[in-house]
Write a protein that binds this ligand. Sequence first.
Ligand code: CA
Length: 225
Amino acid sequence: MRFLIAEDELKLASLLRRGLVEEGHSVDLARTGEEAFSSASAVAYDAVVLDLMLPGIDGIEVCRRLRAVGIWAPVLMLTARDAVEDRVAGLDAGADDYLPKPFAFDELLARLRALVRRGAPERPVVLEAGELRLDPATRRAWRGDSELVLSTKEFSLLETFMRYPGHALSRQQLVDHAWDDAFEHRSNVVDVYVRYLREKVDRPFGRRSLETVRGVGYRLRMDDV
Ligand code: CA
């Protein structure tokens, strides 16, 4: 395996490198955010260990830029122990896992192994289907350049459709993904909300993306016409 370690604390970086090399891996080091980005863009690493606090652009921004240019190497973010918001920001930027400092080397190894097993399939942070885009982290959605103003429930429903583009989803599947257990069991609740959603996502644009699948439920069409 070949890993990149982006860490400006040189003692920690060389400790990690030595440990990984002893395990038979190859390790490159980066000391700044810019170095991390350019190395990870140039080499297909099996995983990247990315310190959040780096000189220059920080780990979150490095991760966001890598994902934006289509680099999906698994990222393990190193964060401060109590900084919940850092972990959230890291995961939202496309990191796959995080490890609070200080950590045991064995745990780092175990997490890297788990990440390497998953490989580097595309894991877009922002969902896209045709002209539709949806960002679960900021809870914003667009058709083309137009931002869609959606209620919480409409947003959840659209997110569900966008996670399964082209799939016919039953009313029950839509309820399971977009509603919590506390929802009032009105039998037509999905139909009502699909109608709301069409009024915002389709009709103003002269589109029919959300189609009824007779006997099943609904589907987000992929050809987006
Ligand atoms: Ca640091």
